[in-house]
Design a binder for this molecule. Structure first.
Ligand code: BTN
Length: 258
């Protein structure tokens, strides 16, 4: 594999792999340290999304990588912090790169541009004595792909948004630079406050009334924020507060409602 050292990261590049996340998890199983190791692939034969989902990406067009983090400074109960940090790093980098301001974090793990999905994050953590140990952070970002299969709901790529081709390595390095900064921030109380604030500012649909499928029932709700354990906190029209995990709530979109 081609190797590049960038800041405190060791970047590895491969043409094809089953899944960059799986490769990292195998390194952990083999007793190797994955801290600050990044594996970036042109193509995944078995790319994984949240739950049972498959992650599709045309060969060489998009950013597919996994990043290893020594997450020992984070309590197991606070693991959603990693999702917040990486999502902010991605959204901030994309906004700076394109000068578009409509990038949002759709809870729990999607990167959105307006009403469309640009990317996703998939995290696996190992835990030791109530603290996180190693974290594998996988990111798939649609960058230069122009067409998508019909089965993918509401996909979009950067190229479709701004009509130019992007250098994948440049985006990768920008995200890693911002990620490092956010990790440092997460080590102080003041920094944690900033992360939480900025995360909520970028949260898709925060404060807006929309229809959601909650345990197979449609309800009009509004997102208030993120609660304990990274749960989505929502308010009903009757003023009741509910806490949802990702299996309970499904966001509904206009094209599904008519
Ligand atoms: C989702 O939206 O469901 C999460 C998608 C995460 C996809 C990335 S691509 C790189 C890394 N390797 C994988 O197998 N999955 C993640």
């Amino acid at each position: 594999m081609r190797q590049v050292i960038f800041q405190n990261f060791r970047l590895l590049f491969t043409e094809e792999i089953d899944s960059t996340n799986q490769w990292m998890l195998n390194r952990i199983k083999a007793g190797e340290s994955i801290s600050n190791l990044v594996l970036c692939a042109d193509y995944q034969t078995s790319g994984k999304g949240l739950g049972e989902n498959h992650w599709h990406s045309e060969k060489g067009k998009n950013l597919l990588f996994s990043l290893g983090l020594d997450a020992g400074f984070i309590a197991a109960s606070a693991q959603f912090l990693i999702t917040q940090i990486i999502a902010l790093a991605v959204v901030d980098e994309l906004s700076a790169l394109t000068r578009e301001k409509d990038f949002r974090i759709k809870w729990p793990n999607d990167i959105f541009f307006q009403e469309k999905k640009l990317g996703g994050v998939l995290i696996s953590n190992t835990i030791r004595n109530g603290q996180l140990d190693e974290s594998v952070i996988g990111i798939g970002l649609n960058v230069n792909q122009m067409t998508f299969p019909d089965w993918i709901p509401r996909p979009v790529s950067l190229r479709q948004i701004v009509d130019r081709e992007f250098d994948l390595q440049e985006i990768l390095k920008g995200i890693l630079r911002r990620f490092s900064h956010r990790v440092d921030q997460a080590k102080s109380m003041e920094g944690l406050g900033i992360i939480n604030n900025e995360y909520h500012q970028k949260l898709f649909r925060i404060g807006e009334w929309h229809l959601y499928d909650i345990n197979k029932k449609i309800a009009e709700l509004r997102i208030i924020g993120i609660g304990e354990y990274g749960m989505l906190v929502m308010e009903t029209r009757e003023g009741k507060t509910i806490h949802c995990d990702y299996k309970t709530v499904r966001f509904l979109f206009d094209d599904e409602l008519c």
